[in-house]
Every structure is written in C-alpha cells, then in structure tokens.
Design a protein around this ligand. Structure first.
Ligand code: ATP
Length: 339
C-alpha cells in the first residue's frame, strides 16, 4: 500500500481493542449506511463490540450511544441517508465539548472510533486526538469527492448519477422550447461533480471554481456558439464558482442578451438523497472493512482512501490540509467537445 510511513502513527493498543464506536458527521451522502454496515459487521467478525454514536460529534457529547448487532445493520445497504443520523456540532469545536465527548467514550468503554464524513470531520478527529488518547480512523463520505489522498469519496457516484438524470430531463424541455438552462450543481469549492456531470450530459458550458477562464468560455458560448448555431443550451454551474451562483450569472446574461430565453434550475438537496449506486455500496464496503482492519493493526489518525481501487492509508493531517486537485484533462475534454 502506498502509505506515507513517516507520518502514519501507531497506537500500540490493539490487544486492548474491545469496543469501537462508529459515527457519521457533516453532510449526509448515499452509501454512508453501507459503510456503517461494513464497519459493524467487520468488527463483529473480528470479535469486537460495536456502538453506534447518533448525530455525529454532537451525539458523542450528549452520550447518544446504542449497541449495534449484526442484525441491526440489516436492510440498510441500499438506503440513502444515514441510520445513525448526522450533524454539524459547534460544541465539539470547543475544549469543553470535546471533554464531555471523551468522558462519554470512556464511560461507554469505547476504545476507538470510526468517523464517516468529510474533511471537517477529520479535522475534528485530529484536534480530539491531540487532547485524548483514543484512536480515530476516518472513512471519506461526501458527495463532493474533494478530499486529498483518495480518488474516491462515498456518495460521489450516486450524486453524479442523480445530477445526470435530472439534467437529462431538463434538457428535453430546453430542446423543445429552444431555451438555455443555467443549472446549479452542489460541490462547494470543488467543481468535480459539476465537471463530470456536465461532460456526461453534453453541457455546452461548465463553470467550476478550479477553472481560470470561465468568463471567457461563457462569453464565447453566448456570442459565437449560441447565437450562431445553437437553438438550446445547458450551462452547468458549480455552486462555488467565482462568477457567482446560477441566479446571478443568468440574471447578468439575460440583461446583456434580452433576446435569449433563459431559465434557471438549482438542483439543491435532491443531489444528496436516494439509493446509493453499486459503486458507492462497493466502495463503502471496502473502506468499512479496511477501517476496522487498520484499527486492529494499531493505526490511528488516518483516513482510509482508494487509489486505483486499492485501499490506502492517508494521515488525517494530509487529508485535511492539502487540496484535492482537478484532472486538467477533463477540462480539456470538455473544451474540445464543445468548441
Ligand atoms: P461535508 O463535506 O459534507 O461538509 P464535513 O465533515 O467536512 O462534511 P463539517 O461541517 O466541515 O463537515 O465538519 C463536521 C464537524 O466536524 C463539525 O460540525 C465539527 O463538529 C467538527 N469539526 C470541524 N472542524 C473542527 C475543528 N477545527 N475542531 C473541532 N471540530 C471540528
């Protein structure tokens, strides 16, 4: 495994490992349930007890724990959301909150924790581990696929397919009425969901935060592409694009080109829900098992990642500090297919 041995830490505690906690934190993502199931069943297969922590770090602070058996995680593999619920906890960002969380873990006899979430959740785990001696291992679960050190995060493929299905439907209307649709896609500061969904639907323009020539590409589409030969169009906009959201960009375009029939669609939270795709279920199963194995192998403060479909261990410190770069080739492909 291409680990970074210089920064991987070891607990030296595996002989004492008896009970692990599992929680989901940050935004929900399809496949989180599959990861909870994999962690629970892998741990039980290794003779460990498992406790589910409700509502992320907030539940840790409030002592919301429940034992999980093999059967408790039946029937959830194909379901969206998270059976443990998730939350963003301001209290965990305080020393007092983290102390309460630690006291509850000790009281419950939890020796290690698997946290399923995004880079914020791993930052929380890192801060906690600097104060208390309880090992954490992370599983990346976010539809944004924006975490350094892993090529994949649970939920991304499901969200991508949801966006593609939605835009295919919108495209029928765009073509029938000769309209341009400005469609806003989730992803915060990351444009991968917008870029790949845009390629998959044949969008004329894709505006993402990572691209430096968005304005130029957009102007060219309006002045040359659309006015000369297009009768309809799809513009995909990542929510974090520097030109603004879909509403702002569409309002400006409409003002400058009153002859165009422009409509806006913000896909919003529908992108997070729904049954996970096979890819997400498989990735979650792999990563869930790998997280338990890593804890048994004395690893701590690492995120489980996937590179070339193989499990890798990424120190939390790298996963949260370094940026996930976008594949420039994808941008090139998009430009070439729409020039
Ligand atoms: P998503 O990618 O879906 O937003 P995330 O894990 O990045 O997921 P955040 O809201 O950023 O979501 O973080 C989840 C939780 O992690 C926060 O609500 C907070 O409880 C904890 N956390 C984040 N940063 C810190 C920090 N610096 N110190 C302590 N806890 C933190």
């Amino acid at each position: 495994m291409p680990n970074n041995p210089s920064t991987i830490q070891q607990t030296g505690k595996s002989s004492q490992l008896k009970k692990i906690g599992v929680l989901t934190s940050g935004g929900d993502a399809p496949g989180m349930n599959a990861a909870i199931r994999a962690v629970t069943r892998a741990a039980i297969a290794k003779d460990l007890k498992v406790v589910g922590i409700q509502s992320g770090y907030q539940g840790m602070i409030q002592g919301k724990f429940r034992d999980l058996s093999w059967r408790d995680v039946s029937g959830i593999l194909h379901t969206g959301g998270t059976m443990l619920k998730t939350a963003r906890s301001k209290e965990f960002m305080t020393k007092t909150g983290r102390k309460k969380a630690w006291q509850n873990l000790v009281k419950e006899g939890v020796d290690a924790v698997v946290v399923i979430g995004g880079d914020g959740s791993f930052t929380g785990a890192l801060v906690f581990s600097e104060e208390y001696d309880i090992p954490f291992v992370g599983i990346p679960g976010t539809i944004d696929n924006d975490i350094f050190g892993t090529e994949y995060t649970i939920g991304y493929d499901s969200a991508l397919n949801t966006v593609v299905q939605a835009v295919d439907k919108i495209k029928d209307t765009a073509v029938s009425h000769g309209r341009i649709f400005f469609i806003e896609v989730m992803g915060r500061e990351a444009g991968l969901l917008a870029l790949n969904s845009g390629i998959a639907v044949g969008a004329e323009v894709i505006l993402i935060p990572e691209s430096t020539d968005d304005q130029k590409v957009f102007d060219r589409f309006i002045s040359k592409g659309y006015k000369r030969r297009k009768t309809s169009g799809i513009v995909i906009i990542a929510e974090g694009d520097e030109m603004g959201g879909a509403l702002k960009i569409a309002a400006k375009a409409e003002k400058e080109n009153p002859d165009l029939d422009i409509r806006v669609s913000i896909l919003g939270h529908m992108q997070r829900g729904g049954s996970p795709t096979a890819k997400d279920r498989i990735a979650a199963s792999k990563m869930g098992v790998a997280a338990v194995e890593a804890l048994i192998d004395n690893q701590l403060n690492i995120m489980i990642g996937l590179r070339h479909d193989q499990v890798v261990h990424v120190p939390f410190a790298d996963a949260v500090k370094l940026n996930h770069s976008i594949d420039e080739n994808l941008i090139k492909i998009q430009h070439m297919l729409n020039s």
